[in-house]
Each structure stands twice: as structure tokens, then as C-alpha cells.
Unconditional design. Structure first.
Length: 450
């Protein structure tokens, strides 16, 4: 007689960037192969896992708050395993803090040893407290199972780590030096995804345009895009994040020339002041950035530019802040992720004099968000009347509408039938709302609901 192994349940919380989201897909892939299924609440879970982010202080505080509150669950159910992984565990001081303040955490691993999860979990489940964090990644581990959250769109890592050492940023310390994946492995993965029905991929890396420099047979990101563009069945290629300093002409030209590469570029500027950029160690000036944007706009019609901006970096004067506002206006980003500067222990900026008072930071971010909202509304309004292809991602059965995205990354809602989910359809943009566009289907698509 065959007995079914009892299923175990995992609740996983993912914080931070798309790299973490994708790490979670790998963790879930491994856990599924071990007989786990995902649940939506901690009360139902045999394993609670927090995949953490260290980029700013606030999410870190949340982790302590949440996990402290799980102590009662652990008392009720001693076999519950509580785990922490991701960037927080990679910082020595933070790790000591976790060990001291969260004694009921059973399992701690880092960003470099996710593939060791089966063994670590096995030992944690038998009552041992497991702490295994590696300072540096070994060779890149290929072919780990992945549980993708979306059948149409997939994340694909191309480069791990970052060696830029921007003075505010913790990532080079938590994710290690830059390590590119072998181009062949990436092409094979994308080919398999396309065969599996994936229409759109997003290539991931802290700095994707540094791709290939560290490989035995050096190649570059533009070359990789050329190879991926030739894969049958794949429709769209996106990537994030690009460093302005490494955004060279061959990549801009590849974006313009390759039909599957989307006309959206996330190009974090961080500040509009050359002096602040120098103190951040970004490797470009305000003028360099503006010149780069001019080149990009010339070569790629319809390009949609988005960015990241840090407000209140140490020593930021009112003039520096105005320079950022001017740059935002000048470039016309369709949206920006704006952050209050958060000092990260161990980074050079945390020790800089002239830290900016919180109230000043808040006033400045408020001004920046106001301006950005105005510009976002104008960039969306400029789309009205255009004809675009959207990849339909989902269907709202109540409103009988489809939600999709244009190649240049705007979200569009149109009335239409469910069977178009997964298809690329032509639409005319008719209206702009705050964060989405409204449109109407063109072509011969039946709008009857099947
Ligand atoms: N404080 C505030 N924002 C930060 N970022 C990175 N480090 C910090 C920090 N210490 C922002 C940058 C980066 C984005 C992912 O997070 O803008 O591009
Ligand atoms: Fe951090 Fe700079 Fe590397 Fe981006 S490029 S991950 S901001 S160090």
C-alpha cells in the first residue's frame, strides 16, 4: 500500500527588490520538491520564512516586530520552524542582533547558500538551531527548481552581486562581488521558459549592464540581448536595473534595434546634484546623466524612463535638492521611486558629517513627490490617442475588463473577453487615469465574453 506523505505548509514573506522576489520563487521551488505547499497566513504554517531586505532601516524594524510576535505561535506549536534569510542575515552586526533578540528563530541562512536549504531545514526540523551564512557565493548554482508565480512573465537572473560601492548602499556587502551567469545557461533557461508559454522575461541584476565583464570569455549585455531576441515564442524582454555609468551606446542601439526589447529603461539617477553624486560615488555628473538621456531619447522613440532618487543624503543643501527637482522636470520620468536617505551601518555615508534632519528630508521628499505626480500625469496624458500593443495579463470577471501593459511599461485597462489573457493585442489609448490608462481594443477581437 502506498501512503501519501503528509504535506507541510510554508508561509513566506518577501521584502525588497525583484532579486528577492525571484529568490523566493527558487526557495518555493525547493520547498515544493520537499513536499511543502504555500499558505497565506502564519497560523496555518509549519514553516515561517522571512526573506529580508537591508536597503533601508524601516523594513528591517518590521522584521523584528513581526518575528517577535510569532513567539506565542511557537509556544503553542513547538515544532513550528521560524526562519530568516536574505540580506539582513548577511550583515555581521545584524546577524548578531537577530541571534540575540530573536532566540525563537530556528533557521538562518543567507543569500549565497539557498541551495543548501534541504539539509538546513532537515536539521532545523529536528530541533537544532541552524545558522549558516556564507560571506561570498561559490560558483553559480544552476538548475535549482523554481516555482514561478506568473505563467506569462518570468524573472531571469543574469548577474549576481554588485561591486559599485555607492557610499550609501549595503548591497555590495550583502550580495557580494559581481558574478555573471554563463550566457549559454541564460539562453537555455529562456528557451525553456518560452517553450513553457512564457511571453515576457525580466532580466535581473543589481547592475545588468555590467553583465559579462567577469566571464572567462567576456561578453556584454547588448550581445546577450541579441541572443535572447532570437528565441522563438518569446515576445518581450525587459531588464532591471541599469547603472547610468555603464549605459553605453551598443546597449542603447540594441534596445532600439531589437523588436522584443521593451522601450522602458529604469535608470536610477539618485540625485540631480553633481556634488552629491560625487559623494555617493556614482561615477557620473548631472551633465553626464542629462547627456545620456538625450542620446537615449534620440535613438529610442517612445522610451519610457523611470528612476530612483534618494532624498536627504548627508550634506545635501537646499540648492542640491533644487537641482534634483530641476533634473526630474527636465528628464520627465514617468515615475520615480523616491527614498528618504537611511544610514546603513558599515557604509561610508553613515559616517559622513552633515546628516540631514528627518523633518528636512520629509519636506524635500514631499516636494519631490508632488512634482513627480504632476509629471507622471502629464506623461500618461501624452499617451492618449496612441495605438499600442499590450500583453494581456489578467481578466476582471466583475468589470469584464482586461489588464495589460504596453511595451513601454504603461498599464492599460480595456473591455474585452477573458480568452485574450496571454495574447498581445492592439489597443487605442482613450483616457489617462492616475496610474493606469484606459483603452479600447482594435482589430478583430470578439468582445463577447466566452
Ligand atoms: N537609503 C535610502 N535609499 C537607498 N537606496 C539604496 N540604499 C539606500 C539608503 N541607504 C535606494 C537607491 C536604490 C534603491 C534600490 O534603493 O535609490 O537605487
Ligand atoms: Fe547599491 Fe550602487 Fe550597487 Fe545599486 S549600483 S546595488 S545602489 S552599490
Amino acid at each position: 500500500m502506498i501512503y501519501e506523505q503528509p504535506q507541510k505548509s510554508v508561509y513566506i514573506k518577501t521584502m525588497g527588490c525583484q532579486m528577492n522576489e525571484h529568490d523566493t520563487e527558487v526557495i518555493l521551488g525547493i520547498l515544493t520538491s520537499l513536499g511543502y505547499h504555500e499558505v497565506g497566513s502564519v497560523e496555518e504554517a509549519d514553516l515561517i520564512l522571512y526573506n529580508t531586505c537591508s536597503v533601508r532601516e524601516n523594513p528591517e524594524r518590521k522584521v523584528y516586530g513581526h518575528i517577535t510576535s510569532f513567539r506565542a505561535l511557537k509556544e503553542k506549536n513547538p515544532s513550528l520552524v521560524i526562519g530568516i534569510c536574505g540580506c539582513m542575515t548577511q550583515q555581521k552586526l545584524e546577524l548578531e542582533n537577530i541571534l540575540q533578540k530573536l532566540p525563537h528563530v530556528d533557521l538562518i541562512f543567507g543569500t549565497h547558500n539557498i541551495h543548501r536549504l534541504p539539509e538546513l531545514l532537515d536539521r532545523a526540523a529536528s530541533g537544532e538551531r541552524i545558522v549558516e551564512v556564507w560571506d561570498q557565493g561559490e560558483d553559480i548554482i544552476e538548475d535549482l527548481p523554481v516555482q514561478r508565480r506568473d505563467p506569462l512573465r518570468a524573472f531571469v537572473n543574469v548577474i549576481y552581486g554588485c561591486t559599485n560601492f555607492c557610499t550609501y548602499c549595503i548591497v555590495p556587502y550583502t550580495r557580494g562581488r559581481e558574478r555573471s551567469r554563463d550566457a549559454e545557461a541564460i539562453v537555455e533557461e529562456v528557451r525553456a521558459l518560452a517553450l513553457d508559454g512564457v511571453r515576457e522575461i525580466t532580466l535581473l541584476g543589481q547592475n545588468v549592464n555590467a553583465y559579462g565583464k567577469d566571464l572567462k570569455n567576456p561578453t556584454d549585455f547588448a550581445e546577450l540581448l541579441h541572443r535572447l531576441n532570437a528565441i522563438p515564442g518569446l515576445e518581450r524582454i525587459r531588464f532591471t536595473t541599469s547603472h547610468p555609468r555603464d549605459m553605453k551606446d551598443p546597449l542603447i542601439e540594441a534596445m532600439a534595434a531589437l523588436d522584443k526589447v521593451c522601450e522602458h529603461l529604469h535608470l536610477p539617477v539618485q540625485s540631480g546634484s553633481s556634488e552629491i553624486l560625487r559623494r555617493m560615488n556614482r561615477g557620473y555628473t548631472r551633465e553626464d546623466y542629462l547627456e545620456l538621456v538625450r542620446r537615449i531619447k534620440n535613438v529610442i522613440p517612445n522610451v519610457n524612463l523611470t528612476t530612483d532618487i534618494i532624498v536627504g543624503f548627508p550634506g545635501e543643501t537646499e540648492e542640491d535638492h533644487q537641482a534634483t527637482l530641476d533634473l526630474v522636470e527636465d528628464v520627465g520620468f514617468s515615475s520615480s521611486f523616491t527614498f528618504l536617505y537611511s544610514p546603513r551601518e558599515g557604509t561610508p555615508a553613515a559616517k559622513m558629517a552633515d546628516q540631514i534632519p528627518e523633518a528636512t528630508k520629509k519636506q524635500r521628499i514631499y516636494e519631490l513627490i508632488e512634482l513627480q505626480n504632476r509629471i507622471s500625469a502629464a506623461t500618461m496624458a501624452a499617451e492618449v490617442g496612441s495605438i499600442r500593443d499590450i500583453l494581456v495579463e489578467s481578466y476582471d470577471s466583475v468589470k469584464k475588463t482586461l489588464l495589460g501593459r504596453t511595451k513601454n511599461h504603461y498599464q492599460v485597462v480595456v473591455e474585452g473577453p477573458e480568452h485574450l489573457v496571454g495574447e498581445i493585442v492592439e489597443v487605442r489609448i482613450t483616457r489617462s487615469l492616475t496610474w493606469t490608462l484606459r483603452g479600447e481594443l482594435l482589430g478583430n477581437h470578439s468582445s463577447a465574453v466566452c
